[in-house]
Design a protein around this ligand. Sequence first.
Ligand code: ZN
Ligand code: ZN
Length: 251
Amino acid sequence: MKFCILASGSRGNSIFIESKYGRFLVDVGLSARQIELRLSNHEIDPGSIDAIILTHAHRDHVYGVSVFANRHHIPVYGHPETLSAIRFKPNQMLHEWQSPFRINDVHFTPFRVSHDCEPTFGYLVSENSHSLAICTDLGIVTEQVKEHLKKAQAIILESNHDPDMLMNGPYPWHLKDRIAGRRGHLSNHDAGQLLKEIQSLHLQKVVLGHLSEENNTPDLALNTVLDYVGAPMEPIIEVVEQRTVSPVYRL
Ligand SMILES: [Zn+2]
Ligand SMILES: [Zn+2]
């Protein structure tokens, strides 16, 4: 299995996954044009994508989904409430998933996360013995989150903000409360603590994402997380930024 992060953060999110059995996008939170451009960075033909899977209905995850899916005739999978919150064209191929579900021979196991959009899901994506966990947009780490992340060889994990930068930064108080709250976003410390608890020898790659551009920096996210998990984990941890397409990671 291969994956790459086309965009990550509050200005738009999309993850590309390729397995032996198909090509997928998780979320389409940029314009269709931007997604096409970013796919072309890795010479990926948008028409070769088999399905789009949605985590939740926030704009930064679904902004371009209708136009992109329509233009390239791609079916969209989501929880019924997620799909009904988005304005699709009448003839679009929509699939309300029943958890867990399978597309071609790739297994998707959604798990509920605490976020201020009901419902919001993380996913464990598995092909044969390889699993990738996608876990962004959550305010707290539950046992259910840990259980799913423990099974993965690769994890895309939210490391949204540094609590001091957030509290001392320019955001109004209601927004600070929202971000730091139980239905907001994980801090660098939350991400570090979580990884410390689920660390295992089968974990091969961790990509820290959904970083705030105002309340975090890539170095701060990485160094804070390393304070929890220890320097030996440094080679397997990457940080992705909003404006650049990540390399392709292989499992
Ligand atoms: Zn988001
Ligand atoms: Zn969100």
